[in-house]
Design a protein around this ligand. Sequence first.
Ligand code: NXA
Ligand code: ZN
Length: 559
Amino acid sequence: MWNFNTNITEHNRQIMVNKSVEVAQIEKEWARRANARFDWEKLKDSYIVRQFKKITHIGIAAMKDESKLQRLNHVMSEMEEIYSGGKVCLSTGDCHALEPGLTRLLATSRDYDLLQEVWVKWREVTGKKMKNLYSEFVELINEAHRDGGYSDTAAAWKSKYESETFEQDIEDLFIQLGPLYKQLHAFVRRKLMSVYGKDKFPTSGHIPAHLFGNMWSQQWNSLLDLLQPYDKESVDVTPAMKEQNYTALKMFQVSDEFFQSLGMLKMPKAFWEHSMIEKPKGRQVQCHASAWNFYNKKDFRVKQCTDVTMSDLITVHHEMGHIEYYLMYKDKPIVFQNGANPGFHEAVGDVLALSVSTPKHLQKINLLKNVVDDKESDINFMLSMALDKIAFLPFGYLMDQWRWSVFSGETPPSQYNEKWWQLRCKYQGISPPVMRSEDDFDPGAKYHIPANTPYIRYFVSFIIQFQFHKALCKAANQTGPLHTCDIYRSKEAGKLLSDVLKLGSSKPWEYAMEKIVGSRKMDAAPVMEYFKPLIDWLVEQNSQDESIGWEDECPMPPT
Ligand SMILES: C[C@H](NC(=O)O)C(=O)O
Ligand SMILES: [Zn+2]
């Protein structure tokens, strides 16, 4: 897997696909033996039962027909190759890959037509090319999960949260945070109208999808220079990082030092020796950042095409958070070497990044000079955080609403793109800048679809990371408002987090949640508490705007 992702060739694909089938045979044999020899569900010891449950639930390895499993792995590798090889040549003559070229263009250009060209062409060279592969993939992966005892792939994915009310719980959270998103959407729409002209916006209230500084309209931080309401030193420290000749290595060292300041584990030698932290020349790699556990207690790696930007500094903390979790549970039985639930794994690094992002921390590490502690600076900062954390919520929610509907058969291949845009228009209040059809396959333009990485985990993470942040700030005796908290160097905060990470998935996630935050449920209250001053400010800013919100239906794009 590692070799294919860091050097995409036919040769490495073949090895990876064959290896996956080999590993599946071993997992299938162990599951068979466990079920044949033990009536394990009746055992008294819940710890033992939990291990048997993990041994006998082996994902797609349960596929009975080996040639189909071979084909499934091959189709997945083909979609990943299409995505990672995506290159766009613009009318300006330049050609770019997603990272860093198209990402930088989208983040910095304010040219409506150029942004539209980048947006359309990326979808042509990725999603459009994998539509048939994806419908074949859906058939195969559903068969694999049915062989494993699930009704479909969505049921297998949801089972990771071990909760009958999981879907209802996340819908409740999404509804609870809807008004906050709507206020942010209205504020951003008004600002973008003043930049691009009202005539570029549909009367339905939607915002054209290509104007957010992000290929998927999922996080809007790159618009901060347009949106920052008060004229203060920007909290986007990208320029300072460039001035100080930051390198990818330096960014990883800054993150490593933060973890150590909490008394947590430092990155092992193998991490520094084997990670791929920059895009290599002369070979095709999968650039989407990821963290790798080699399950040998020594070898843990990050693969990231790191760009010297603040956004990538946050991603570095996110990926290192995964490594920290791997290190914390490395001595647990292999079956327990997972997050308490997938959302926990996505939250670890982000929790630390909530402290790193504060102006006072950025000043501590010399990336911000004169931090002024006044209301206007506060609003500037909280807006920058909302452009990351609140803007994301509908996208984090809808990605798997779409996929669950595809796996369940509710959305057939003939309606993939229609369903996708229904959700995007309804939940995000964004619209396609040009006509879309079923020849397009826009979900495939987002890494996690061809890579088959579940996504609701990020929605869960964006909620629980604020619960963790609140608990760790209390442990660190931080007394000010939640959005000003920085747990840097707090051994108490580090211990509270570490004790839970060490559990891996050996206990139900509600038990782990209770150990950190004192309650067993996901709760949006800390998010609301963190952003309270900003919410009040946005409501006041939007008070003249009668058209807050948008129509459910997608508007007709401009012809
Ligand atoms: C939020 C999610 N993070 C990740 O993949 O690590 C993304 O980038 O879409
Ligand atoms: Zn992650």
